[in-house]
Design a protein around this ligand. Structure first.
Ligand code: 13P
Length: 310
């Protein structure tokens, strides 16, 4: 009985959201780490790169971003004339917070010759200090576009920096940040899962530790992981990234089996967004994410370089 009531309430909420979305002329973008019911109401779901591309080219007046702050900021930089809404203002990113702009500024002063590449999981202020931006989907490609003569200061994720250094064969000075959700996954957990499921392929995000990546059959962005699993003949996969990704994986591949490498791989910030908050956001036009003009203008240079190369 309770289930029926809940599902009726949910249906009504979804109807209301869709009506408000139309009324506001909004596009809903959702990262694949979002709860399944949020991914279901989105116009576009995907990884950071895909969502920023959608934000840059949308014709809608409002971009409602179901993700975390740096994603909404990026959307605002790429589409400065649009209103960007984030349904939960506290949805931050601890990885981005590990590289405060002031510290980055002094590091750049210490190393004036380096090319600065910042992962999209960084604040707008840090992007504005960078030569290039990148996402996990194109980080290797971006590094390869930079002369091998140059040293690259890569921030804020040290695991991604390590992966890029190996794949792109570039000299990289890593910032010492990490994503707590991905860094949590240990080699021991992965070895145990591989023993339990010997037929399964291991697919991991490059924010995982190097010793975890070393065991993987595929390393890639969330969208890369989804494409790899969907296009592969193999039927079983162990997934080393945030648990939200299991929703589209299972939905799009009903005949395949997906195991999470660890049930602890949950990003609490991504889970702060709910259907109720999405509705409230559209009704009340909150929380509007804006980036100061000077920072936005400078960040756009680094973001546009990324988009051109990709
Ligand atoms: P993607 O670039 O794969 O979307 O990853 C984003 C992210 O925040 C990983 O922690």
């Amino acid at each position: 009985m309770n289930n029926i009531v809940n599902s009726l309430q949910k249906n009504n909420l979804v109807k209301e959201i869709l009506a408000w979305k139309k009324r506001r002329d909004a596009v809903i973008l959702a990262h694949v780490y979002q709860p399944g019911e949020i991914q279901d109401i989105a116009d576009f779901t995907g990884d950071s790169l895909f969502l920023s591309q959608q934000a840059a080219k949308t014709q809608a007046k409002i971009i409602l971003f179901c993700g975390v702050q740096f994603m909404a900021e990026t959307a605002s930089i790429l589409s400065p004339k649009k209103i960007v809404l984030l349904p939960e203002i506290n949805a931050g990113c601890p990885l981005a917070d590990m590289a405060p702009a002031e510290k980055v500024k002094s590091k750049i002063k210490e190393l004036p010759e380096v090319v600065v590449v910042s992962y999209v999981n960084s604040s707008a202020a840090v992007k504005s200090l960078s030569d290039y931006c990148c996402t996990s989907a194109n980080a290797v490609q971006i590094a390869q576009a930079i002369s091998a003569e140059k040293d690259i200061l890569f921030l804020p994720d040290m695991n991604l920096a390590n992966y890029v250094a190996r794949e792109a064969k570039r000299k990289i000075i890593p910032w010492s940040g990490f994503c707590p959700t991905h860094h949590l996954l240990t080699k021991e957990e992965v070895v145990k899962m591989k023993k339990l499921h010997p037929q399964a392929l291991l697919l991991v995000h490059p924010e995982c530790r190097p010793e975890v990546c070393d065991l993987a059959d595929y390393i890639g962005s969330t969208r890369g992981i989804i494409n790899f699993a969907s296009n592969n003949q193999v039927k079983e996969f162990i997934i080393g990234t945030e648990l939200g990704i299991l929703y589209p994986l299972k939905k799009n591949n009903p005949n395949k089996i997906f195991f999470s490498a660890s049930n602890n791989m949950i990003c609490p910030n991504m889970k702060l967004i709910t259907l109720e908050k999405v509705l409230y956001s559209l009704q009340n036009m909150v929380f509007q994410i804006t980036v100061p003009e000077e920072i936005s203008r400078k960040s756009l240079i680094a973001l546009n370089r990324m988009i051109e190369i990709t």
